[in-house]
Design a protein. Structure first.
Ligand code: ZN
Length: 200
């Protein structure tokens, strides 16, 4: 028997989410069908709101409801340090650690030749511009220990060689292939404290 179109549509949309395969999508769809109208509506509204109310900060590209975001506009944050991360959620990983007091720059991905992502697809030009301001003293590259993450780190390092800015990267100890959110707060804080100059 064929499924009603609305169910098929929901399953197909859920399958687009990272980590959700056919089985999980079906399970979630049937869960939502059985749930109270109120619960399903809350979920639908929450999804609608993140598209409606959440924007990217024009300075750092972090996600925010105000522009500039709460971190960029906070005068007690150290504007001399810019921590470069791959995705908006990495900002939360760093913030949860509670040790970092500088500001951020979100690249919106990494250079990945296999996926056809080049430097121009990322938020790199704006970083070069921010790095050129006199108040910027250090760029901390908090990118994943993957081939793509390291390629991106080197590309940025080369782009910034003429700028009088210190470029550091998180200390080794990051698991190879590891991304920021795989690290517990203690390990991440340690990798940040022991950061070293990026060698080009
Ligand atoms: Zn911001």
């Amino acid at each position: 028997m064929k499924r009603p179109t609305a169910v098929t549509e929901l399953i197909e949309e859920l399958k687009r989410l990272p980590g959700v395969g056919q089985k999980t999508a079906e399970r979630l769809s049937f869960f939502l069908m059985r749930s109270k109208v109120d619960q399903a509506t809350k979920l639908a509204n929450a999804i609608h709101n993140i598209k409606d109310k959440i924007i990217l900060c024009s300075v750092c590209h972090g996600i925010t409801e105000t522009d500039p975001c709460g971190i960029c506009s906070n005068s007690s944050r150290d504007q001399k340090q810019i921590c470069v991360v791959e995705e908006p959620h990495d900002v939360y990983v760093m913030e949860n650690m509670g040790y970092y007091k500088g500001v951020y720059h979100v690249l919106m991905g990494v250079i990945s030749p296999l996926d056809g992502i080049g430097p121009d697809d990322l938020n790199i030009e704006r970083l070069i511009h921010r790095a050129s301001r006199s108040e910027t003293q250090e760029i901390i590259l908090a990118l994943s220990a993957t081939v793509d993450g390291q390629t991106t780190a080197h590309y940025i390092g080369e782009k910034l060689t003429r700028q009088p800015v210190y470029i550091s990267r998180l200390a080794h100890g990051m698991p190879v292939g590891g991304e920021l959110d795989y690290l517990d707060d203690g390990t991440l804080a340690q990798a940040l404290k022991a950061r070293a100059k990026l060698e080009i």
